[in-house]
Design a protein around this ligand. Structure first.
Ligand code: GLY
Length: 397
């Protein structure tokens, strides 16, 4: 049976690279015990009290302190989304009741145009709610959110502006993560019949396709544009190791984002890009045996760099969908491998730790020394999503 390795880092290390030394050790597997552990962890989401002011985002694994965030944080839709997905997986009405209580938490973000994250905030909560309950009020929030997101679209650039901070460095930053927000736009057009949202999504995806990828199909994190001429000013990063490195979660956002965009458009260029970036990830020489990537494929401290379970889970969910369009069994097998790897003692958060999270070992923002090798809520969200997709695929075989 696997043991979670909590070999915490020797205090006093001066460099971040050393301080981020991996806590993941290769282990063996016991399926029934790990399923029981996951079930125990699922139930802990029910114990977490509904708080209209803050949502659990991550946990400092050393102090066990839970980091809570207000609705304006980009992660604010995930907790409701996790509860809706647990309801779909288990059929237990307790998850549904708790999901109904948490869903309004991110509602006011549907009119907050301060960042592109309205897609994450609104769609991961209200979008999940709509899969369970066909309510007009959920649809209205999604359409309102899409309207808000479109305010950040610049037709000259052909993109939605991601962030408003760092104005002294960037004029019009667009990050690869922004592909994920397009699902809100595509769905809003389906709900409302208004093609505007879908058209914005397509223009954004086309601009991303043109500028965000390297020859080898890896992607840059941030492209900065001139908002007047639409030309590229810089190809850079915020969350990667450096401008030329390959941030693992960014690659996963690209695979998922272009696969999802193919779902709505059937544009073969999107499928082609999703496949190219998936191959980059899957065949990378720096990918560990269990498939859970280091946080950046080019961190020179590999194999002592921290892993990122969240990148693996976004990838698993994206690959299950990519398989349905390509029928390439390598995608199915790789997603299955990622799902098998995380459902082990090595990655499931120790059940002695009372917290509303499922997995340890995600990395949020390494350059900022923030959320390194810890439980982070969006890893759980994309795990649950991938679990549902994988079960459906196998059930339909
Ligand atoms: N901005 C989303 C992320 O950190 O991946």
């Amino acid at each position: 049976m696997k043991n979670v390795s909590f070999i915490y880092l020797i205090l006093g290390f001066a460099s971040l690279a050393t301080a981020c030394k991996s806590r993941v050790n290769p282990q063996t597997k016991n399926i029934s015990a790990t399923t029981e552990k996951l079930n125990t962890r699922y139930k802990m989401l029910l114990d977490y009290p509904v708080d209209s002011m803050s949502m659990p985002r991550s946990m400092n694994i050393k102090t066990l302190e839970i980091r809570k965030v207000p609705s304006r944080d980009w992660t604010s839709g995930f907790f409701a989304g996790n509860l809706w997905q647990l309801y779909r997986l288990t059929g237990d009405s307790k998850y549904k009741e708790q999901a109904q209580k948490w869903t309004p938490f991110s509602k006011k973000e549907s009119v907050n145009s301060n960042s592109h994250d309205v897609g994450f905030k609104v769609f991961c909560s209200f979008g999940e709610a709509l899969k369970v309950e066909n309510k007009k009020e959920y649809e209205a929030v999604i359409v309102k959110g899409a309207e808000t997101l479109c305010k950040r679209f610049n037709p000259k650039v052909g993109s939605i502006r991601s962030w408003d901070f760092n104005k002294e460095i960037w004029d019009f930053p667009v990050i690869i993560d922004n592909m994920m927000n397009l699902e809100l736009l595509f769905e809003a057009s389906k709900i409302s019949g208004n093609p505007k949202y879908r058209n914005v999504a397509i223009q954004h995806a086309n601009t991303t396709l043109k500028n965000q990828f390297r020859e080898d199909n890896s992607c840059y994190h941030v492209i900065d544009y001139n908002p007047t001429t639409g030309t590229v000013r810089k190809k850079t990063t915020l969350q990667g190791y450096n401008d030329d490195s390959v941030w693992a979660r960014g690659q996963a956002w690209a695979v998922y984002g272009f696969t999802m965009s193919y779902r709505y458009t059937k544009d073969p260029a999107y499928l082609n890009q999703a496949e190219g970036t998936a191959h980059y990830f899957m065949a990378n020489k720096n990918l560990p045996e269990d498939g859970i990537p280091y946080w950046d494929f080019k961190d020179p401290s590999i194999p002592n760099a921290p892993r990122d379970v969240s990148a693996a889970m976004v990838m698993a969910s994206g690959l299950y969908e990519l398989y349905t369009y390509t029928h390439n069994k390598n995608y199915l097998a790789f997603a299955d491998r990622l799902m098998a790897s995380v459902q082990t003692d090595q990655y499931i958060l120790d059940t002695q730790i009372k917290a509303p999270f499922l997995f340890d070992h995600s990395t949020g923002n390494w350059p900022k020394h923030d959320e390194i090798d810890e439980p982070i809520i969006y890893a759980d969200y994309y795990f649950l999503e991938a679990l549902i997709k994988g079960q459906r695929l196998k059930g339909s075989k």
